[in-house]
Design a protein around this ligand. Sequence first.
Ligand code: GLC
Length: 428
Amino acid sequence: MQTTFSENWRQRRVAWQNAGLGLLTLLLLPSCHPAGTPDPAGPTTLRLLVEADATGGWAEVFEGFERENPGITVQAIEGPAATNTREDLYVTAFLSGGQIYDLVMADTVWIPKFAVAGWLADLTDKWSEEQWSRFLPGALEGSTFRGRIYRVPTQMDGGMLYYRRDLLEKAGESPPRSFDELRRLAWKLQSPSRLWGYVWQGRQYEGLVCNYLEVLRGYGGFWISNDGKTVGLDQPAARASLQFLVDTVGTISPGGVTTYSEEESRQLFQSGQAVFLRNWPYVYPLANRPDSPMRGKVGVVPLPAQPGGQSSATLGGWGLAIAQNSPHQEAAWKLLEYCARIPVAETLYRRAGLNPTLKEFYESSPDPMVRDLHRILRHTSPRPMVPQYAQASDILQRYLSSALTRRLTVPEALDGATRETRLLLHRP
Ligand code: GLC
C-alpha cells in the first residue's frame, strides 16, 4: 500500500536522521528498476535530500501535491543543516552513478558545478521567457548558468541586518549605516541591557563566506572578479573587513559566534539576547510570530557599508532542480510547476518564513513586512558563478576561521587564502 507523504516523512525522519547513513542506505537498497526505465506498474516516487523541515512548511506543500497527483509520492530525506554538507551528499550520490535522487533541492551556489557536470536537466525551454519572468531577477540569476536555467527557484535569500527597534528608539538612535556605527551602537546598547551587541554566522561553513563577503563589499573590496581571473583577498579592504569581524569576537559578539550558523544566531536574537543580527529573510516572520518574545520589536535594514564601500546582501536561495538521470522527468516537472504557484509560496512563507521568489507575491501583499523584505532583496550580490566555487569557498572558510579563532593573523590568513585561490583558478 502506498504511504502518504506525512507517513513517509515521519518514517524517513527517524530512519535517516543521519544523512550519511541515509545515503549509504540508499546506495545499498536493491534497485527495483534500473535508471532510465520508470516502473510501469507501481506508483512514482520522487526522492530528494532536504534540510530538516522543522516547521513542516515543505511537508504541507508535498502533501498538497500528492493529493493533487495520486500515484506520485514525494520522499524527502532530511540531511544535515549546512548547505555544503548536503552538497557533498548529492555529489557523492551523482558520482556513484546510481539513480538515487530524482530532484535536487539546490542552493544557488551549487548550480554552476552541477550544471557543468551534467547532473541537472536543462529546464530553459520548459517555460516561455514570459513565464520565467514571473520570478525575481536575483532568484532567476541564481538558477542560471551560461544562459541556461536549471532550477525553479522557491526561496529567495539576501543577507540583512535585524535590529531591536525598541532599544534603538529608547536610546534615540537610528539603525547603523556603516560598520563603525554598528560597532559603536552595539557597544553602547549591549552594556546597560546585558545583551550581546551583534550576532552573525562565524562557523567554518558556507554561511561564513556569505557574512564575510557582505563586510568585504561594505569596505569596498572583492573576493574573485566577475571573470573569475583576479583574486582581491590581499587588498587593504579585505584586511580591514576581516579585522572588523575578528575584533567583534568576544567584544560585541559572543566568543561562541565562531561556532554559530543561522539558527544559533537567530535563537539568541529571537530570545531577546542580542541587539543586532545578520541573517536571511526567514528570521523576520519567525521573530514576529505570536509566540515570539520579539514580536513587534524587530526592524530590518540593508547591511552597513563604510564610506567608499557598498551595502551588499549576499544573494542566496534555494530551488528545485531535476536530476538528469531520473527516470521520472515528467512527474518531477509536475512538482516543479506545482511549487511555482502563489498558494505554495504563501504556505512556505507563512509556515517556514521562506521568502518567495514570485514577483506577484510582493506586488499583491498589503503586509509592510513583505514590502521591507522586497526593498532589501532588490539589491543582492551573487557569489562568484564559477564551477570551482565549492573549492574556492572551502579555502576561504578555512582561512577566515583560522583568523577568527586567532590561529593566524589577519594578513597571514588572507595571504594564504589568496595564494591557494590563485592556484585553484589558474589551474589548467
Ligand atoms: C542560506 C542561503 C544559501 C547559503 C546558505 C549559507 O540557506 O539561501 O544560498 O548558501 O544560507 O548558509
